[in-house]
Design a protein around this ligand. Structure first.
Ligand code: HEC
Length: 125
C-alpha cells in the first residue's frame, strides 16, 4: 500500500514538472516583444529605429523578418557559427545576449511594420 501511494505521488510530481518545463520552453521560443523593445538600444546605432532605417546600406533591415530567422541568426553570431560577410561586426553585439534576450529581441523586430513608406526612408535621408 505504501509503495502504491509513493508511486502515485511520484507520478503526480513528474507530470507537474514536465508541464512546467513545457510552459517555459513555449514562452522562451515566443519571446516578449515589449521586453525586446527595451533591449535594442545599441542595435539602433547600426540597424536604425525599429530595425527599419539602417545607418548605411551595409546594415541589414531587421523589421518584419520572421522571429525564427532573427533568433537563429543571433544565436549563430553568438556561437560564432555565422561568419564571413560582416559577421565580425555582429558577433560582439550578440555575444552578451541570453537566450531570453534573443527571443525577446526577435519577437520585437518581427512585429515592427515595414511598409513601402519605410522602404523609401533610407534613400531620402
Ligand atoms: C556596429 C553595428 C551593428 C550593431 C551595433 C548591431 N548590428 Fe546587427 N548587424 C550588423 C552588420 C554589419 C550585419 C551584417 C552581418 C553579416 O554580414 O552577416 C548585422 C546583421 C544582423 C542580423 C542578421 C540580419 C539578416 O538579415 O541576416 C541580425 C538579426 C542583427 N544584426 C541583429 C542585431 C541586434 C539585435 C543588435 C543589438 C543587440 C545588433 N544587430 C547590433 C551591424 C550591427
Amino acid at each position: 500500500m505504501r509503495i502504491l501511494i509513493l508511486v502515485l505521488i511520484l507520478g503526480i510530481s513528474v507530470t507537474a514538472a514536465s508541464e512546467e518545463a513545457k510552459g517555459d520552453a513555449k514562452d522562451e521560443a515566443k519571446g516578449d516583444a515589449k521586453a525586446g523593445a527595451g533591449k535594442v538600444a545599441v542595435c539602433v546605432a547600426c540597424h536604425g529605429e525599429g530595425g527599419k532605417k539602417p545607418a548605411a546600406p551595409i546594415y541589414p533591415r531587421l523589421a518584419g523578418q520572421t522571429s525564427e530567422y532573427l533568433a537563429s541568426s543571433l544565436i549563430a553570431y553568438r556561437e560564432g557559427q555565422r561568419q564571413g560577410g560582416m559577421a565580425a561586426m555582429m558577433s560582439p553585439q550578440a555575444a552578451t545576449l541570453s537566450d531570453e534576450d534573443i527571443a525577446d529581441i526577435a519577437a520585437y523586430y518581427a512585429q515592427v511594420k515595414d511598409g513601402p513608406e519605410a522602404e523609401a526612408e533610407p534613400e531620402s535621408k
